[in-house]
Design a protein around this ligand. Sequence first.
Ligand code: ATP
Length: 247
Amino acid sequence: MPSAELDDLTIHVDTGRWSETVAEGVSLAVPGGRITALLGESGCGKSMVAAALTGSLPASATSTGQVRINGTAVQDRRQWRQLRGGTVGLLPQDGVTAFAADASVGAQLADLQRTYKAWSVEDACAAARYPIENFELYPKQHSAGQIQRAALAAALLPAPEVLIADEPTASLDMDTGYDVWVTLRAYADAGAAVLVITHDAPLLVETRVAEDLVFLREGRVVASGSRADMRAHADPYVQGFFRPFGE
Ligand SMILES: Nc1ncnc2c1ncn2[C@@H]1O[C@H](COP(=O)(O)OP(=O)(O)OP(=O)(O)O)[C@@H](O)[C@H]1O
């Protein structure tokens, strides 16, 4: 079974103008066949954790601790280059960053199909609910929700064993967002290790789509475990995610 793990990850960012520790001692596991949801208030470090899990931390960041993909520690850029795509895939928070600016989305999706020979463009677009009428458009000619779905199609095309999805439903209406969750669920059910960063707590609670939850606050994991354990957790920060829905 595929897996991704962080062990005692600390990330420090130093831009020259300011410096900050954005993740501290973060340990978490993303097992195959399950969806792990990473929750937390805005700015608490969720995207940085996603970047660490996909070898895409910004140049201003330094990190300590260990990232393991399928049980093997990843230590350098060369290893990340080999893992990206077919083994580890990232759906970035801003979908437009998944694409080059100067080619149509359709052409770039077709390239991914040719390179990886895994999913077909048609199947990936259907799963991501990306409207293929937009194929000829350049990335910036899409709406936020359209490019987010195109980026999901791009992330699925190589059929990564580990999929890290950063707010995949943030720009979507309820129905389309639900369909995307169904796709992610099916992808995990087929064996992939899936981590989803989300603010979509209502849907998560109602559909019970993710079995494992990790709560991040100010760069630290404050609680993690099964959905049932998290519902019973005493921490008010954790309970805040459930309370509005009568749970
Ligand atoms: N590319 C970057 N370079 C430097 N610092 C960054 C970068 N991206 C994020 N940060 C900083 O890292 C911290 C954590 O940001 P991050 O994007 O991980 O938060 P988040 O939990 O994903 O927030 P949101 O829910 O709003 O997307 C913030 O203080 C932010 O300013």
